[in-house]
Design a protein around this ligand. Structure first.
Ligand SMILES: Cc1cc2nc3c(=O)[nH]c(=O)nc-3n(C[C@H](O)[C@H](O)[C@H](O)COP(=O)(O)OP(=O)(O)OC[C@H]3O[C@@H](n4cnc5c(N)ncnc54)[C@H](O)[C@@H]3O)c2cc1C
Length: 308
């Protein structure tokens, strides 16, 4: 989609439900500001005459690169979202948003639960204790999906039976599963939204919440704030942060004469080098992270790592 103005983009996007998971959605309710609102706020610091030296795109890229955050707080977005409770539990941890959620004390819980298709069941990751591994075999997936369906029906039936027996809604809901969808209005400024998107679209985040972050970013933010979105991709999403350990390892690796003209250095280059920052590193997680960055830079061959 391309829009001739931000107002037109907002009108086109407003109230449009972008589907996520089997019955979730993300919907833009309103938006205040655009790329130029970020620029306008930043220019107040630099005074007259900045425009000649730096156009809007260059300024936005500079601000994002150097973490000058407050100009990005000048824009605000309000969403209506429908999300399963397990994702919502993670979502609500982002304290810098304003939230109003559907109340299952006032109203009957939404009659919809997040369903998992047979091919969507994942193994527990071995290395990353919080993450998922690979896809489970299809026959097992079929069984898990059928069991899930049966359980969700039973849970809903029990809930409805409690309501019919006169149990208070606030108590009857207690055994509804985490797959139950909730809805909320969620308003956040652009700076904190980008922070949310960076954390929740990262491969370490749960696949389900990643689907929401991707939808918000790709379907909405990219349309309303094209310059900010481009800079966010370049300086956050596709950027690589090097720690002191990473820098030291890379410097020593590059300085070290190589035995062969192979494209990559090898694991032995590190381990044999007696590099204290590498070989003697007590925590393997930091080493693994460093290794992964070297792979991304094409300095080490890809390692057989589990998918997350
Ligand atoms: C992959 C992943 C795994 C996670 N695992 C866990 C887990 O196992 N257990 C768990 O409990 N949580 C976990 N979290 C949640 C995480 O610790 C944060 O609570 C969540 O991501 C919200 O981030 P935030 O605080 O930066 O965001 P926000 O709450 O939106 O805050 C944005 C920024 O504002 C500032 N800020 C906000 N409130 C305060 C405050 N009161 N004091 C000072 N500064 C403030 C901080 O700079 C903060 O970074 C996980 C998150 C991710 C992405």
């Amino acid at each position: 989609m391309t829009f001739s103005s931000n107002a037109q983009a907002i009108e086109q996007l407003k109230w449009r439900k972008f589907p996520v998971l089997n019955d979730g959605f993300v919907c833009l309710v309103d938006c205040m500001g655009d790329d130029s609102a970020v620029v306008q706020a930043a220019r107040v610091s630099y005074g007259e005459g900045t425009r000649q030296r730096s156009d809007d795109r260059t300024l936005i890229r500079y601000l994002l690169r150097h973490r000058h955050t407050t100009p990005f707080e000048m824009a605000e977005l309000k969403f209506l979202i429908r999300v399963p409770m397990d994702c919502w539990r993670q979502w609500i941890r982002h304290r810098t948003a304003s939230v109003n959620e559907y109340s299952t004390r006032y109203s009957v819980a939404i009659d919809s639960m997040q369903e998992t298709a047979p091919h969507e069941w994942r193994t527990q990751a071995v290395q990353n204790r919080q993450g998922s591994g690979v896809e489970l075999p299809p026959d097992l997936g079929e069984r898990l999906t059928a069991e899930e369906h049966h359980f969700q029906l039973q849970a809903r039936q029990l809930y409805m039976q409690r309501l019919e027996a006169g149990v208070a809604r606030e108590q009857a809901r207690k055994d509804l599963p985490l797959s139950t969808f909730t809805e909320a209005y969620w308003k956040i400024d652009l700076h904190n939204l980008l922070h949310f998107l960076a954390l929740r679209s990262d491969e370490h985040a749960q696949a389900e919440i990643r689907a929401y972050a991707r939808t918000i970013g790709e379907q909405i933010v990219s349309q309303l704030f094209p310059m900010v979105w481009e800079a966010f991709g370049d300086y956050r999403v596709r950027a690589l942060q090097l720690t002191a350990l990473d820098v030291g390892v890379i410097q020593r690796l590059v300085a070290r004469p190589r035995a062969t003209e192979a494209i990559h250095w090898t694991e032995t280059d590190f381990l044999d080098s007696q590099d204290p920052s590498w070989a003697g590193l007590p925590r393997s997680r930091e080493r693994d992270e460093c290794r992964r960055k070297l792979e991304q830079l094409g300095m080490l061959p890809p390692h057989a790592m589990e998918t997350v």
